[in-house]
Write a protein that binds this ligand. Structure first.
Ligand code: NAD
Length: 261
């Protein structure tokens, strides 16, 4: 009679990944972490999928988060961002953000943190040198390059109080300092993220559906360069196929378990 192999006991994969983290520390090998919207779900920030319910349910982010949409309907896009800013205001980093920041404080320089999130929660948790590939929701910038004639109005306090605010001299609009669909990512942050992906021994991919490129491509880069790739996500993701281990669970429960001493 033949026996099929026994399934791994629960927690075996968790133990394996904990060992990989420890090994990277002991051998002084780099770790990269790529996070997405699921990282902040337990802080109460809606993921894109969650955003399919509620006030903005009848708009797809792809229809609002573009320069074309902003130029055509600036107030509508501004209002959408105002609602996202309101959703983020007052939320706190969760145990997953804190576990990453604590690990970085304990093992300086060992871990490069790359995020697609624009909510600032990694920074709020105290993580240094976060590579924020998609910008920061809390900041604005000019839609068009500020014109020389308007230098004076660049100083804070001289904007119109319309939504979105504008330069009173030339009408140039303020826009959220996030990366919209179809826009380039911040060059230096992307370059640093690609280097981290190419050189890491271990990459943790946390709370991302893996549908948005080039960020998702970093997991493929790490895999192709020979790193161990671990996906942390309660649901299947498009990056599961490149993972050596998929941990089905949430960021706030699994990261403290993986990264504690
Ligand atoms: P996504 O919404 O496409 O996917 C979220 C993923 O997180 C899903 O795979 C889901 O299963 C997983 N998830 C849900 N709860 C989780 C938890 N508690 N722990 C771990 N994983 C969990 O998000 P994405 O892949 O980051 O890509 C979409 C884009 O959305 C990104 O460009 C990002 O900039 C933007 N976005 C950012 C925020 C934010 O800053 N917090 C919020 C929404 C969207």
């Amino acid at each position: 009679m033949t026996h099929s192999p026994l399934p791994d006991p629960p927690g075996a994969d968790l133990g394996t990944v904990r060992d990989w983290v420890r090994e990277a520390v002991q051998l002084s090998r780099p770790i990269a972490v790529l996070t997405g919207a699921g990282m902040s779900a337990e802080s109460g920030v809606p993921t894109f999928r969650d955003a399919l319910t509620g006030l903005w349910a009848h708009f797809r982010p792809e229809e609002l988060a573009t320069e074309t949409a902003f130029r055509a309907r600036p107030q509508q896009v501004w209002d959408w961002y105002a609602s996202r800013r309101a959703a983020v205001a007052g939320v706190e980093p969760n145990a997953g953000h804190r576990a990453l920041a604590t690990f970085q404080a304990r093992e300086p320089g060992r871990l490069t943190l790359i995020t697609q999130n624009v909510d600032g929660l990694h920074q709020a948790a105290g993580s240094p040198g976060v590579l924020a590939l998609h910008g920061n929701l809390a900041e604005d910038r000019w839609l068009d390059s500020p014109r020389a004639c308007c230098d004076a109005s660049v100083a804070a306090g001289t904007l119109t109080d319309a939504c979105p605010p504008a330069c009173p001299a030339c009408g140039n609009l303020r826009r959220p300092a996030v990366v919209w669909f179809g826009e380039f990512l911040p060059e230096q942050a992307l370059r640093d993220a690609e280097t981290a992906a190419r050189t890491c021994a271990l990459m943790l991919v946390v709370g991302t559906s893996g549908a948005v490129y080039p960020a998702a491509g970093l997991a493929f880069t790490a895999h192709q360069a020979g790193a161990r790739v671990v996906v942390v996500n309660p649901e299947p993701s498009e990056l599961d196929p490149v993972a050596d281990v998929v941990l089905r669970g949430t960021a706030a429960t699994l990261l403290p378990a993986l990264l504690s001493p």
